[in-house]
Design a protein around this ligand. Structure first.
Ligand code: MG
Length: 301
């Protein structure tokens, strides 16, 4: 369990209390203004202005409010600047990488500080905490609200690229391209920072990105669970996921069977059905062939 301590002004403390008004606890802690619990993080605000955040995601919750006295050191070695959650940030994330069926969707989204309150209001958060219908609904609003660049690699395209580019290299190229296009789109505006939801060690990213023609020159931060550190990553994740779901739906409709997400036994079964119907030719339009599921499906036949 981690904990973080912030020192806030009286005005900030009031804002904090308003923000957590639905999560307040009826605890009488000496010298405290209030205590609350949200997303598994306990928050205790003292009359002195000291605020203690405790719990697994204490850092992420605290970073919404200001500079943490001790900036968290990430496992990856990346350190985000103080008050990172409040900056104007381009965040980037991908969906579909671990699913046999469906595309690989990469999105970069720009969340300006002026938009952060609105993003909170429409429910932008870690997509793992949202249902699929919520994700679709929020994605629609997001696409109207903030600048973003979405790249969708269909399974057909993926299978063409994959022998040349391994999966990590492909993702590096896509994140770089999405960010580069988004930077061009929002120019002359510039984000205060760029954050990629980390999928490979930063050194590995730098190695692969060197071969890209339009390499993003701005410094990039990497962190796992990026959606907890900035709403831009959460927004990118929601837009990618909605697109992935949409593509799976379309595949299901075209094929007349439920095309599953993931890479488990249901994927093997669906793949076997497609192989029977149209061979590897048909399957290659819907699935990432290099996954072990292809072999398992062939054995099922
Ligand atoms: Mg991710």
């Amino acid at each position: 369990m981690s904990s973080c301590v912030l020192k806030l002004s009286k005005i900030q403390l009031k804002k904090l209390q308003e923000h957590y008004q639905n999560d307040l606890l009826k605890k009488n802690i000496p010298y405290s203004e209030f205590s609350a619990k949200k997303n598994g993080v306990s928050i205790t605000a003292y009359t002195s202005g000291k605020v203690v955040f405790q719990g697994k995601d204490a850092e992420a919750e605290a970073s919404k409010w200001g500079s943490i006295a001790e900036t968290p050191k990430k496992k990856s070695g990346t350190t985000l600047p103080a008050g990172f959650a409040q900056l104007s940030v381009i965040g980037s994330d991908e969906v579909g990488n671990g699913s046999y069926f469906g595309p690989l969707c990469v999105c970069a989204a720009y969340a300006e500080k002026e938009h952060l309150a609105e993003l909170n209001r429409i429910g932008v958060k870690d997509s793992k905490m949202l249902t699929d219908p919520q994700i679709r609904q929020i994605a629609e609003i997001l696409k109207e609200l903030i600048p973003y660049k979405l790249l969708v690699v269909t399974p057909k395209k993926y299978n063409e690229i994959q022998p040349k580019y391994n999966a990590v290299h492909m993702k590096v190229a896509l994140h770089n391209q999405a960010i580069s296009l988004l930077l061009a789109q929002i120019s002359p505006q510039k984000p205060e920072a760029i954050l990629i939801d980390q999928f490979t060690p930063p050194a590995n990213y730098q190695k692969y990105v060197k071969s890209e023609v339009r390499q993003v020159k701005e410094p990039i931060y990497f962190t796992t669970k990026g959606e907890q550190y900035h709403l831009a990553v959460a927004a990118a994740s929601i837009i990618s996921r909605a697109s992935f779901l949409e593509e799976l739906d379309q595949a299901s409709q075209a094929l007349g069977i439920k095309v599953p997400s993931g890479a488990g036994a249901p994927s093997d079964k669906a793949a076997a059905a497609l192989l029977k119907r149209g061979g590897i030719q048909l399957l290659s339009n819907y699935a990432k062939l290099h996954f072990a599921n292809t072999e398992k499906a062939q054995k099922l036949l």
